[in-house]
Design a protein around this ligand. Structure first.
Ligand SMILES: CC(C)(COP(=O)(O)OP(=O)(O)OC[C@H]1O[C@@H](n2cnc3c(N)ncnc32)[C@H](O)[C@@H]1OP(=O)(O)O)[C@@H](O)C(=O)NCCC(=O)NCCS
Length: 205
């Protein structure tokens, strides 16, 4: 069993925390590309492009090359969008290890949470320290923090790609609350489904 200590965030942790979170989230970029590629509109666009090029060219080479180029461009574009999302997350509330977790009072965009509830954010554990129960310990620390402050519930959002995280939260006792498609142009285009989880603290000791 690895030894670790959970302690409050300090300003000098910024670079380490940034690296842990950004690396953890970057792992989802390939899965995000595959998810977008499986969308009906993407398959249709690729199929039509291929068909048109095949009909106008005399060989298979041009359509295959064009499709490869198109896929590489799409991969690059999605990578940029995902990196911008990570930077925005960090800029929002991690301005200033091994793993990180944070909670903050709910704001209007808190994914279904209301006053007296906390939103759990930035759960991430370095790859070489995974499977050791560190995220479980971080999650329990966040729940104990909320309980001590008399909060009613802790809520959080996960994306459809975050299977390990969803298993973690369910194992911690969070329950699926509701599900929606990310209400942005990119979210709708990529069919990014967000699942909100909720841990009800009322009635727990
Ligand atoms: C999700 C994450 C934080 C889990 O960290 P961890 O320290 O490895 O988790 P734990 O060792 O505490 O595991 C707790 C539970 O999580 C689930 N889990 C963790 N890794 C898993 C995996 N690779 N596959 C399936 N379930 C997994 C299991 O339910 C596990 O319980 P078990 O060991 O009894 O089966 C880590 O994989 C990570 O940092 N991922 C990238 C960032 C991310 O997705 N963050 C979540 C944002 S919402």
């Amino acid at each position: 069993m690895a030894e670790y200590r959970i302690r409050p965030y300090r300003d000098e942790d910024y670079e380490a925390v940034r690296e842990v979170f950004a690396t953890g989230m970057s792992e989802y970029a390939p899965a995000l590309c595959l998810h977008v590629l499986r969308q009906p509109w993407a398959l249709l666009a690729l199929g039509c492009t291929f068909g048109l090029l095949l009909a106008s060219a005399r060989s298979l080479l041009l359509p295959v090359l064009a499709l490869t180029l198109l896929l590489a461009l799409a991969r690059h574009l999605l990578g940029c969008i995902w990196s911008a999302y990570i930077d925005r997350c960090l800029g929002d509330d991690l301005r200033r290890g091994v793993g990180t977790v944070g909670v903050r009072p709910v704001d209007n965009g808190g994914g279904g949470a209301t006053d007296g509830e906390l939103v759990l954010k930035r759960m991430s554990v370095r790859k070489d320290y995974r499977g050791l129960g560190i995220a479980t310990a971080l999650g329990r620390t966040a729940l104990a923090f909320a309980r001590q402050r008399g909060c009613r519930a802790v809520v959080l959002n996960t994306l459809m790609l975050q299977h390990e995280a969803r298993a973690l939260y369910e194992r911690l006792g969070f329950r699926q609350h509701h599900r929606y498609v990310l209400p942005t142009a990119y979210g709708r285009l990529a069919n990014c489904t967000v699942t909100t989880y909720r841990y009800d603290l009322s009635g727990t000791p």
